[in-house]
Ligand binder design. Structure first.
Ligand SMILES: NC(=O)C1=CN([C@@H]2O[C@H](COP(=O)(O)OP(=O)(O)OC[C@H]3O[C@@H](n4cnc5c(N)ncnc54)[C@H](OP(=O)(O)O)[C@@H]3O)[C@@H](O)[C@H]2O)[C@@H](O)CC1
Ligand SMILES: [K+]
Length: 497
């Protein structure tokens, strides 16, 4: 997969792609024909002919529905179209294809799905501008309640393609979208509502993508594989970097998990700097990871003067107190790549500007939703916008964690991750993630790519393990995830930028 395939288009960019394709000579009716054909083919590949109701809306989404209805009817499917509004009110390409439909046509109502064994939702796609009309919501609810497969055209009607927010959508089993996914296919609740997602080529030329300059991508190795550190034959451990984790006391497990994550991500050396009284605890459970006792917190500065650390992490297991604040400012003061998580973020909840001012070198912040709110405040914007704004405000790469983790750079470039299984919702899994980012930074990987790669490896490792996962398992699963990267083949020439 090349990085172009990972591009996510906003609804406006998709409209522009459509317009460019039309201007370049492909008529809109042809694009619509291809879209409806893709839906019909996706259905015929999965299900045998059965009574089918296609719910069509008043715009081009409905037009796609009319095409799918016609093509499946030609293949012998018993098809009924249920239309919201009047056929004579349709315009443009949708009007053209609606008039090609010669089969049964009824008004949209819950009755229309009563005998259906499969339902196509072509009510609204990218053009939904306000909550669903009542009759549409009621019919979709009746469709879902039938317990038969529902196939959504472009998006389940009611899902916002840019944000994944739902204006009253019901879930689909399959969503067929066109050219490229939109952020709303990956952000929650949109991702869950879409079910399986198939992306169909409808004849928009791929070079059109470059002109659109997509600013969001779906996380995949193609996004960062070229910058993933590779082991050369003569590699010396110091050439693989030295990760340093500031560990706390009495909570010690989090920093140890993070340190193991950094080591498994490939850091040549990993150290934890810990309060002297906790030395025995750390040392009793770490072998290859070195433990550096700090007689007093201020000794961290002297340790850092050693100069050979190449990436620094603070947060896992640290309290949100002044000592943590000082430690964070000390780490940031080195200008070396830093990762800040958990207590290192919350410690600045009453004074975030001090933190943001101190960020000068490469820096990755890895808040979960609660930590994010404490640092950046309440904001009802969608997750992608919030992560971007926070990255721009702080000057750091943001990893806004969750089942739909968003990685955003201060430039606005963003990656949405979709490979995280729900088993990652377990104590300590975020600590391992912070460690993975640190381990990749330690080897010289740029911050944005390191954050995305770590998030992907974390999700892949957990997926391979399956049920029963605990965070302690994760570091040991990283080598398998790294090995699977080899299956992604030759690295492409250019990653996203
Ligand atoms: N772009 C592409 O490359 C291609 C796009 N294709 C397809 O086109 C779809 C986008 O089509 P679209 O722009 O016509 O929007 P769509 O979702 O059908 O709805 C718009 C209509 O609904 C109306 N309306 C809106 N909200 C409403 C409400 N709550 N209640 C009632 N009415 C409401 C709105 O009216 P208005 O807001 O103007 O009053 C307008 O009449 C896209 O998802 C894909 O399936 C493919 O054919 C191939 C190539
Ligand atoms: K739809």
């Amino acid at each position: 997969m090349d990085a172009d395939k990972t591009a996510l288009l906003t609804v406006a960019q998709m409209r522009e792609a459509d317009e460019r394709a039309i201007a370049a000579g492909t008529p809109g009716t042809t694009l619509m024909q291809h879209a409806g054909d893709a839906v019909a083919q996706a259905i015929a590949r999965r299900w045998t002919p059965r009574p089918l109701t296609v719910l069509c809306g008043p715009g081009n989404n409905g037009g796609d529905g009319f095409v799918a209805a016609r093509l499946l009817a030609q293949q012998g499917w018993p098809v009924t179209v249920a239309l919201l509004g009047d056929r004579e009110a349709l315009r443009g390409d949708a009007r053209f294809h609606a008039h090609q439909w010669g089969g049964p046509l009824v008004s949209l109502s819950p009755d229309a799905v009563r005998h259906a064994r499969l339902i196509v939702d072509a009510l609204f796609g990218a053009g939904l501008s306000r909550p669903l009309p009542d009759v549409a919501a009621q019919t979709l609810a009746a469709a879902r309640a039938r317990g038969v497969p529902v196939v959504a055209v472009d998006v389940p009607s009611g899902v916002d393609g840019d944000t994944g927010a739902s204006l009253g959508a019901v879930g689909a089993d399959l969503t067929v979208t066109f050219f490229r996914k939109k952020p709303g296919h990956l952000l929650l609740p949109g991702r869950t509502l879409c079910g399986e997602i198939e992306v169909a080529d409808i004849g928009i030329a791929a070079p059109a993508l470059a002109a659109l300059q997509p600013q969001a991508h779906e996380n995949a190795p193609a996004c960062w594989l070229p910058s993933l550190p590779a082991l050369g034959h003569g590699t010396h451990k110091y050439q693989r970097g030295h990760a340093l984790v500031r560990g706390g006391y009495p909570t010690t497990g989090a920093a140890r998990l993070a340190a193991l994550g950094a080591a498994r991500a490939g850091a040549g050396l990993t150290s934890v700097a810990v309060p002297a009284e906790s030395l025995a605890i750390y040392a009793s459970h770490l072998l290859s990871v070195m433990v550096q006792p700090l007689a007093q917190p201020a000794d961290l500065s002297a340790l850092l003067e050693d100069g050979r650390h190449t990436a620094l992490l603070a947060g896992p297991g640290l309290p949100d107190d002044p000592v943590t604040r000082d430690a964070v400012l000390t780490l940031l003061g080195t200008g070396k790549p830093c990762v800040l998580d958990a207590g290192a973020l919350t410690a600045f909840r009453y004074d975030p500007e001090t933190l943001f001012r101190a960020i000068e070198g490469p820096c990755v912040l890895t808040p979960h939703e609660g930590e994010f709110q404490r640092l950046f405040g309440m904001d009802d914007a969608d997750k992608l916008s919030r992560a971007r704004r926070a990255a721009a405000r702080s000057g750091a790469v943001l990893v806004l964690k969750g089942a739909d983790t968003v990685i955003a750079a201060p430039s606005g470039l963003a990656i949405i991750n979709a490979n995280a299984p729900s088993t990652l919702a377990t104590a300590g899994s975020g600590d391992v993630l912070a460690g993975l980012v640190t381990g990749l930074l330690a080897q010289g990987m740029p911050a944005f790519q390191a954050a995305a790669a770590a998030t992907w490896l974390h999700g892949d490792a957990a997926t391979q393990f399956g049920p029963g996962l605990i965070a302690d398992d994760l570091p040991g699963l990283v080598p398998g995830a790294l090995a699977r990267l080899a299956q992604h083949g030759q690295a492409p020439q250019a990653e996203i930028s």
